[in-house]
Design a protein around this ligand. Structure first.
Ligand SMILES: [Zn+2]
Length: 533
């Protein structure tokens, strides 16, 4: 029996590895330059890849092996578990699977190509955001915010249809709904995560309220607003998920106006003992016509072909984004080549996000600004204090926003027949403390692309931030034995040995316990960003 299982795993991995690589390459090609031809090539590669997981006979066999609890070695048991989990959501009729892929692609394309009507002409997402970032006239800000919600009306019914299909298929597979299925397949305990979020909401309430009152006052003065309400168009993005730069006392962008962002990224990782020279060579870092406007890291083959896409501009946001994306990249690069294919990946989405976030935060760290950013001690102190305050505000704002979205998304799958428009604003008002526009009854929630294109994903960002704080605490206390991070090669060595090399051989919380001595503990984040004044 065990040799039968071993043989199967080997065969499966031999089949899936080239299909995965082909799919990744097509994805990369399309991101560099969009064309119908490349889009078609990607869809076909994705179908070939997913079709492997659609095989019901193979799945029945895997399930049987799993239920027998055959004694296999721990590596093979883990492989079998992960292969099983990859099969589950694809155990649906082939035409239904194709229908879902088609619907998802359609909505995603709609988001990519939609142009809102603003001031009588078409406006892109970036144009609307520019208004929210820079405009002082409140009437115009409001118009831009309202325009950013137009897409919600257009996609809401399509999205609800897709959710109904996802739920129907999940129920056929024996789960209460799609949401619960995805939590289980992501090895997340739904009850635990939601009680954690409740606790975080409670703990962050005073700090968030205080920070936000100050921010609101600054913004209202700037925009000459006298009402007591905090309408959503006060903020610099459509969902109040970011800290409005207009609320900061010191602009960090000044610092990154001249230096070479790529060189600073190299210097940062070099200073913690990690070499990214090969990763930089394979990366595509600058803006170009037709290229994807986002930033991401793609592990093409789990064998060292790792590619980062960015669109560097000389400002703090791109400095932070570069540090973030190369955090994903070093995790992938320093994997253990002796592990089998399916384990040669991060333990979880949240663990790779944690590494990316841990490094991405550094562009606001006073010590980093001096050591890597090249600021004098005096400047680093002055700017650093404001930078730390900004980072803390960012964390609080993002936390409250993510809690709002995660809560709402669960309701969306549990009971999509309820009044979602008012539920959305109920959560936004309570958790984010943003005043709903009066008499508004629109599907504003549907204008958030993640609900369509990255379902049941957002909780991982919060868990990633919590883990980043826990790792930093451990690194300060046990690895570097001081309050610094950059400039200490032992940091990289610690991460390689304790986080990167284990790959996916343990579930994420076991990995974290092995790496830091305790399971995920939100107190480290709370101490760093909530209590700390
Ligand atoms: Zn990331």
């Amino acid at each position: 029996m065990t040799s039968e299982i071993s043989n199967y795993i080997r065969r499966h991995e031999a089949a899936i590895a080239p299909l995965y690589k082909d799919y990744s390459q097509k994805l990369w090609d399309l991101s560099l330059s969009g064309s119908e031809e490349r889009e078609k090539a990607l869809v076909e590669a994705k179908e070939r890849y997913l079709k492997v997981y659609n095989n019901s006979e193979e799945f029945r066999q895997i399930r049987q092996w799993k239920s027998l609890h055959v004694q296999t070695d721990p590596i093979e048991a883990r492989q079998l578990k992960l292969i099983h989990d990859a099969f589950v959501p694809h155990q649906i009729k082939e035409d239904v699977l194709r229908d879902i892929v088609r619907r998802e692609t359609e909505i995603e394309n709609f988001f990519n190509t939609f142009r809102a009507n603003f001031e009588g002409s078409e406006a892109s997402d970036n144009q609307l955001r520019d208004v929210l970032r820079n405009e002082n006239d409140i009437t115009r800000r409001r118009a831009s915010w309202e325009a950013s919600k137009q897409i919600g009306r257009e996609v809401a019914s399509q999205l609800l249809e897709l959710i109904a299909i996802r739920n129907r298929e999940a129920r056929n597979l024996g789960y209460p709904d799609y949401y619960s299925m995805m939590f289980e397949l992501q090895e997340l305990d739904e009850k635990w995560v939601f009680s954690l979020f409740e606790r975080l909401e409670h703990l962050s309430e005073p700090a968030f309220s205080e920070m936000k009152a100050e921010l609101d006052a600054t913004l209202k003065e700037k925009y000459r607003v006298t009402d007591r309400e905090n309408y959503p168009w006060l903020y610099s993005d459509p969902f109040f998920q970011e800290f409005p730069a207009a609320g900061a006392s010191e602009s960090l962008d000044e610092i990154f106006k001249d230096p070479d962002i790529e060189a600073l990224t190299r210097a940062h990782y070099h200073s913690i003992g990690l070499d990214i020279e090969d990763l930089l060579r394979r990366a595509d870092l600058y803006e170009r016509e037709g290229k994807s406007q986002h930033a991401f890291c793609l592990d093409v083959d789990h064998e060292g072909d790792i590619r980062v896409l960015c669109n560097i501009r000389k400002n703090e946001r791109w400095m932070s984004t570069m540090l973030h994306e190369f955090g994903h990249a070093v995790y992938d690069k320093y994997n253990d080549r002796s592990l089998p294919f399916s384990l040669r990946t991060p333990a979880h989405i949240l663990t790779t996000e944690a590494i990316a976030m841990l490094n991405g935060r550094m562009s606001k760290d006073p010590d980093w600004l001096m050591k890597i950013g090249g600021l004098s001690e005096g400047d680093a102190k002055r700017v650093g204090a404001s930078a730390l305050k900004t980072l803390r505000s960012e964390m609080l704002i993002f936390l409250r926003w993510a809690i709002t979205l995660v809560r709402f998304e669960r309701e969306l799958y549990r009971n999509s027949g309820q009044n979602l428009n008012s539920l959305w604003w109920k959560y936004v008002e309570r958790v984010q403390k943003v005043t709903p526009p009066s008499n508004r009854d629109q599907p504003d929630w549907a204008s958030k692309i993640h609900l369509a294109s990255s379902p049941v994903y957002y909780q991982n960002y919060v868990l990633g931030e919590l883990m980043a704080s826990q790792l930093l605490w451990h690194i300060h206390g046990k690895v570097v034995r001081s309050g610094s991070y950059a400039g200490n090669p032992e940091v990289g060595q610690y991460l390689v040995e304790n986080v990167f090399k284990p790959g996916a051989r343990y579930d994420w919380n076991t990995l974290l316990k092995k790496a830091t001595g305790e399971e995920l503990n939100p107190e480290h984040f709370v101490r760093q960003f909530v209590d700390n004044n």
